[in-house]
Write a protein that binds this ligand. Structure first.
Ligand code: MG
Length: 301
């Protein structure tokens, strides 16, 4: 994995602010309500859109109490969907992973940014031969386009690049990709807009991190699929039966993806603070600095 040992939550936050002109715009309320957990927020909404990393899991571990909370919300009749910026592996594997960690999500209750991308990629550049920056064992069988793995060591001629995973993406891969795009500009699609992701041992650099670097350095406009961009929320709300957005809460650990994107779609927003990007830090400082104000703040689900 592309570990970002040098990258702190403060640096990731500062970078999110740098790239903010490329994110949706939204207006925010002035204050947040502190709650003990999602059971309290449940009094205000009928449905939850749940982020994965930092809310339900950290790396490959379930956050303590999260599976029980999800079962409890379901027992109270709340509708649930996971909306996760994750594109390293296909849907079936995501479903199996949540099962293994003790969550009771049905397959249709999980929407990943990979799914959002896979639905739209065929229409983006019909007939194109895509080069995928992907996890080493990825077979792309769930993505209905012509797609081959692309790395610095084996860089086939392609019509566009799809950034699915940067788990095995190193500096040489980045330099080769930037050179290839400099030599011949082509579309760049990003199936995980996150800059970083929290793991048990620290933050990893995610596809969005490298895509925004390309945008800065080459002046290109990557196409982003996933939070905070609207398509992802539209797909998640469709799974919930398109309820009134104000009766849904987006729960996430990241202001610039979960809270910004949720609010832009008219959802109530819940920042989970204890296990995600702001773990061990005062989230109020980041909220004040960004003006991205969640409706509710909870330590964990
Ligand atoms: Mg997260």
């Amino acid at each position: 994995m592309a570990r970002a040992d040098d990258l702190t939550a403060e640096a990731a936050f500062a970078r999110y602010e740098d790239i903010r002109p490329r994110l949706p715009r939204s207006a925010f309320l002035q204050g947040s309500v502190a709650c003990g957990g999602l059971r309290e927020v449940a009094e205000h909404v009928d449905a939850f859109v749940l982020d994965g990393f930092g809310v339900l899991t950290v790396g490959e571990t379930a956050i303590p109490g999260a599976p029980a909370c999800i079962r409890d919300l379901r027992a109270r009749g709340k509708r649930l969907v996971v909306l996760t910026n994750a594109a390293s592996y296909p849907h079936a594997q995501a479903v199996a992973q949540y099962r293994r960690l003790g969550f009771d999500f049905a397959p249709e209750e999980i929407v990943s940014s990979r799914d959002v991308c896979a639905r739209r990629l065929p229409g983006l550049l019909p007939g194109a031969h895509w080069g995928a920056i992907a996890a080493p064992n990825d077979r792309f069988e769930d993505i209905p386009v012509d797609m081959v793995r692309w790395t610095a060591r084996d860089a086939p001629a392609v019509d566009g690049f799809a950034m699915l995973s940067t788990a095995a993406f190193d500096a040489a891969d980045y330099d080769t990709l930037e050179s290839a795009l400099r030599a011949r500009p082509r579309p760049v699609v990003v199936a995980n807009p996150d800059l970083v992701a929290p793991w048990e041992t620290g933050l990893s650099k995610e596809p969005g991190f490298f895509a925004h670097l390309l945008a800065d350095r080459l002046g290109i406009a990557p196409v982003f699929f996933g939070k905070p961009h609207a398509d992802a929320f539209a797909d998640a709300l469709a799974r919930l039966g398109d309820p009134p957005p104000a009766r849904c809460a987006m729960v996430g650990d990241t202001l610039h993806t979960d809270i910004l994107g949720g609010r832009a779609m008219g959802l109530r927003t819940v920042l989970a603070t204890d296990h995600g990007l702001f773990a061990g830090r005062d989230p109020g400082r980041f909220i004040a600095a960004s003006g991205i104000v969640p409706d509710f703040i909870v330590p964990a689900p």
